[in-house]
Design a protein. Structure first.
Length: 280
């Protein structure tokens, strides 16, 4: 049983009242982050949020969090340049990503696009940060390898952890958030338009499904798939799945060895679960 504890988040994610030209970076670690730049109010706020997220990830969910650097960017152009510099994206991909992404994560880095973060509410900002930070957890588990396969699980797990974290922080009502996602995904299920998990394997397939069937057919659906996997096999088992990638990049084999079933077996029972979830 995990006890719910309230953190006071009001005011933590306030925006800057003035614009500043430089980005601010600080090391993000489980203990005592070191501020590298001038401590501007909003950067401090992001740092406080990040520390709260790390506390839940490490202490409540018993997941590892690596040493990483969080950089906050004050305009799209600086964020775009950082995507090229730190995440090694091509200029073309960086431009597209910077136009919509609120945050991005790469080896040892969490990049925040401050103007984009300002367009969403505090709860959503915290969910976004926790989601991206979960990708750093996955990197810590698998020795920093990129997770190119079973993308539905990489993203679904990040969604599940993110919602769990904001719930633990007392910043969101988990059952309300879950209900909202049920309503988002239900019509897609009713129309028989949810992709099979094997169709959301590689990153490009994930992007394709999102483009063809919409956002709700990807992230919220992946949340329910990850939730079912965790209920069926426990959180430590799912953690073990990500850890297995430090030894082998064979996703199908890692899945089968860790969970004792193939993706096809899981899909069959997931279909039954989806019926339970979405049938009115
Ligand atoms: Zn993600």
């Amino acid at each position: 049983m995990i006890h719910r504890r309230k953190f006071l988040l009001t005011g933590l994610l306030m925006g800057a009242s003035q614009s500043h030209a430089e980005s601010i970076g600080f090391e993000l670690q489980p203990a005592q982050p070191h501020v590298l730049g001038d401590g501007m109010a909003y950067a401090q706020a992001y740092r406080a949020s990040a520390q709260a997220v790390i506390a839940v990830i490490v202490n409540r969910l018993a997941l590892p969090f690596p040493s990483a650097r969080m950089l906050v960017f004050e305009d799209h152009a600086a964020f775009e340049a950082a995507l090229i510099e730190h995440l090694k994206l091509s200029p073309e991909v960086a431009k597209t990503t910077a136009s919509f992404a609120k945050a991005a994560v790469g080896p040892g880095h969490l990049l925040l696009n401050h103007p984009a973060m300002q367009t969403i509410g505090q709860e959503e900002q915290l969910i976004t940060m926790a989601h991206e930070m979960t990708h750093l957890v996955q990197a810590a588990l698998n020795g920093g390898r990129a997770l190119w396969r079973y993308h539905w699980l990489t993203e679904g797990f990040a969604e599940w952890v993110a919602f769990r974290v904001v719930y633990e922080l007392g910043a969101a009502d988990f059952s309300l958030q879950r209900q909202k996602m049920l309503i988002q995904v239900r019509p897609i299920w009713q129309a028989g338009q949810l992709a099979r998990l094997e169709q959301m394997d590689r990153f490009d397939e994930w992007v394709k499904v999102r483009a063809a069937r919409g956002f709700n057919a990807t992230y919220p659906f992946a949340f329910f798939a990850a939730e079912f996997l965790i209920e069926r096999h426990t959180l430590p088992q799912v953690t073990a799945y990500f850890r297995a990638f430090s030894q082998s990049t064979n996703a199908a084999n890692n899945f089968q060895v860790t969970f004792g079933e193939t993706l096809q077996d899981f899909q069959l029972d997931l279909n039954v679960q989806l019926k339970k979830l979405f049938q009115l």
